[in-house]
Design a protein around this ligand. Structure first.
Ligand code: S0N
Length: 274
């Protein structure tokens, strides 16, 4: 329990920590003074980190968590909430957490939320959009939008409803109550609850187990599970991966080879499966 492991820094950032251990990337929102609330720069950094994970062959899984033992993420930083969005250092208002949601959905590798305290408002949505959630016993979950002048009618509602059902999703959003980790697990929006000191160990163990599985199988399962909710965009991601797999086949190679050799392709040699 509470095993000490040596995380290697992948890249230095201001608002997040981005580290690697045994093929598992860990992104930690590092703003404990505001309960790990995000500002536009925090989201930009997380988006860049997700893009790095996508490109790196040696990374198969991401753990997303918050610094300290109080909060996973408390949503948008209310200190920088302006007119039209959260205002970054460049003075531009943005809702770029939505771009982070899309990155998490589209990343062909699993993202596991390790909820180590409050997952509130946009912080709650953040764990909802992750593929899996492991929570510590002290974690607390809830939306605050209708209480503080905000809402997420995107993944934060529709995907949440896929986890907990329509009635519960409406309760969570309309009443803005808080729920314990045990309640969240019972509702189906948390995969497992563990003591706080075991949270990282459990996340690493799940990550290591996933790393032993077929990356292509994991990728296609994530695409298929997403496609059901993501409409044409989800189908596009699924279809793109089908094309990628086709490129791995001799049949697709034959088309390219024939073109380069200036001859007709011989597709008759390939099986027509029933
Ligand atoms: C987390 C709460 C419940 C903890 O309460 P507690 O234990 O009483 O601690 P506090 O004293 O309240 O907080 C400790 C310190 O942390 C600061 N702080 C906490 N949360 C924030 C925050 N979100 N922004 C800035 N500072 C925060 C406190 O101020 C305090 O600091 P000190 O000690 O200096 O006073 C409680 O803190 C709480 O309820 N927090 C606010 C939760 C909230 O309402 N969050 C914003 C909700 N809205 C969004 O997240 C919008 C998200 C969004 O951008 C979006 C837009 C479009 C589509 C989707 C989304 C999306 O939802 O993702």
């Amino acid at each position: 329990m509470g095993e000490q492991r040596k995380w290697e820094t992948i890249k230095e950032y201001k608002d997040i920590k981005f580290e690697l251990f045994d093929g598992i990337a860990k992104i930690t929102i590092n703003r404990p003074e505001v309960y790990n609330a995000f500002r536009p720069e925090t989201n930009m950094e997380m988006i860049e980190a997700m893009d790095i994970v996508r490109e790196r062959q040696d990374i198969g899984v991401v753990l997303l968590t918050g610094e300290g033992d109080k909060a996973f993420c408390s949503g948008g930083d209310q200190n920088v909430k302006g007119v039209g969005g959260y205002v970054g250092e460049d003075g531009v208002p943005r809702l770029n957490v939505l771009d982070l949601h899309k990155r998490i959905r589209e990343l062909p590798k699993p993202v596991i939320a390790l909820v180590n305290g409050y997952a509130i408002g946009g912080g709650h949505v953040l764990h909802v959009v992750c593929d899996l959630t492991i929570a510590s016993e002290n974690a607390r979950f809830g939306q605050t939008g209708p209480k503080v002048g905000s809402f997420d009618a995107g993944f934060g509602s529709s995907y949440l409803a896929r986890h907990v059902g329509q009635k519960k999703a409406r309760e969570i959003w309309f009443l803005c109550k808080q729920y314990t980790a045990a309640e969240a697990e019972q509702m189906g929006m948390v995969n497992k609850v563990v003591p706080l000191e075991s949270l990282e160990d459990e996340g690493v163990e799940w990550g290591q187990t996933i790393m032993m599985r077929s990356p292509m199988a994991i990728r296609m399962l994530k695409r298929g599970l997403n496609a059901e909710l993501d409409g044409q965009r989800g189908l596009m991601e699924f279809a793109g991966d089908a094309t990628m797999m086709f490129y791995l086949m001799e049949e697709a190679q034959e088309g390219k080879k024939a073109f380069l050799e200036k001859r007709d392709p011989d597709f008759k040699q390939f099986p027509k499966f029933p």
